[in-house]
Design a protein around this ligand. Structure first.
Ligand SMILES: Cc1ncc(COP(=O)(O)O)c(C=O)c1O
Length: 377
């Protein structure tokens, strides 16, 4: 089936108890055990499994083309579950992971700030240069983490090539697929083992829910460890958030098509503007990753960043003048957002001080362009 059809039907069925076309929300935290001790539907306790979460996981697995999916309470909880699942095995050899130099700053902070003190070893490299990935491999490398397009510089990594390097080293390859969504990029089909999502973003699509997900190519031992982190670690999403997210998935294909179209137009306008020193958008033929993106993506996405002429003050001034865009962090919602990324990331930020990150929403692109035009003037 086409992905538009899966987005509407995967994980959905008419409620057998009531005939309700849309699924009920199962708020119950606990499920009755039969007199013989069995659980007829397989549900015991909502931290381990819940009907709304099961339906969502089925839909997510179908959209990414994976064998299994696990939903989490946030994107960070999903990333943390992957990293914590690496630790199972030989306790005398700490695992080593390779992450992109340009990656969501929360991922970098989890790796270097939170887990490095527990013994996790990590290298950050420029993943657009495959030689740097190869050179970073160590005997104990267990994971290569990819984020493409990267946050906030929209660098493009060749997923198939990195997955090959990871597998040759006996490591897993996981891809943060939050920005493109499964509509625009299918990491598992390109050879990755795990696709990760901050479902808070495009999958939720309306800036009103926090969630994360991991989708696995194989329902194997590693995924069993992820399941353990989900149920025992306990960062499970609420039934209501699962329900809301499943509802949002139905419109994902059409939202993504509009996000891509609008972002391409906004990027084209900004690329020609004299007050803009650089536009980072893989849909522009001048972008260094354009050819790889055109090969591995089905669209270039709704995110872009610009570097304005000047420094922090000039960038903040442009953000201060927008009227239609909202000055806020996050992305992937129906409304357009703009943020001065370095000051959101804080003192450890590696982001250029004149960079503004833009999440292009579903407003008419001419209105968005007019707003940026007056803000840049
Ligand atoms: C690419 C990427 N990965 C992960 C996350 C973390 O997601 P969450 O905020 O749901 O924990 C974000 C959040 O902005 C993100 O942009």
């Amino acid at each position: 089936m086409h992905i538009e059809t899966l987005a509407v039907h995967a994980g959905r069925k008419v409620d057998p108890a009531t005939g309700a076309v849309m699924p009920p929300i199962h708020l119950s935290t606990t499920f009755e055990r039969k007199p013989d001790g069995s659980y007829t539907e397989g549900f015991v306790y909502t931290r381990s499994e819940n009907p709304n979460r099961r339906a969502l996981e089925e839909a997510l697995a179908a959209l990414e083309g994976g064998q299994a999916a696990a939903a989490f309470a946030s994107g960070q909880a999903a990333t943390l579950a992957v990293l914590q699942s690496l630790a199972a095995g030989d306790p005398t050899t700490p695992p080593h992971v390779i992450i992109p130099e340009d990656t969501y700053f929360g991922t970098r902070h989890l790796v270097f700030g939170v887990l490095a003190p527990w013994g996790l070893q990590a290298s950050a490299v420029d993943m657009t240069d495959l030689d740097q990935v190869r050179a970073a491999v160590r005997p104990n490398t267990r994971l290569v983490w990819v984020e493409t397009p990267s946050n906030p510089l929209l660098k493009i990594t060749d997923i198939a090539a990195v997955a090959e390097i990871a597998h040759a080293a006996g490591a897993l390859c996981a891809v943060d697929n939050t920005w493109p969504s499964p509509l625009l990029q299918r990491p598992l089909a390109l050879g990755a083992d795990i696709a990760m999502h901050a479902t808070t973003k495009y999958l939720g699509g309306h800036s009103d829910l926090l969630g994360g997900a991991l989708i696995a190519r194989a329902d194997d031992d590693f995924f069993a460890r992820i399941r353990t982190m989900q149920s025992t670690g306990g960062a499970a999403p609420s039934p209501f958030d699962c329900w809301l997210l499943l509802r949002s998935l139905s419109t994902l294909p059409y939202r993504m098509a509009a996000h891509c179209d609008h972002a391409q137009r906004v990027a084209g306008f900004l690329a020609a503007h004299p007050r803009v020193a650089a536009v980072h958008y893989p849909g522009l033929p001048s972008h260094p990753g354009h050819a790889v993106a055109a090969r591995q993506m089905q669209g270039f996405g709704g995110m872009l960043s610009i570097q304005v002429v000047g420094g922090t003050a000039e960038a903040m001034a442009v953000a201060g003048r927008v009227r239609l865009f909202t000055r806020a962090t996050s992305l992937g919602g129906v409304e357009s957002l703009i943020e001065h990324r370095a000051s959101v990331e804080g003192p450890d930020s590696l982001t250029p001080p004149n960079l503004l990150r833009i999440s292009v929403g579903l407003e008419h692109p001419d209105d968005l362009i007019a707003d940026l035009d007056q803000a840049l003037d």
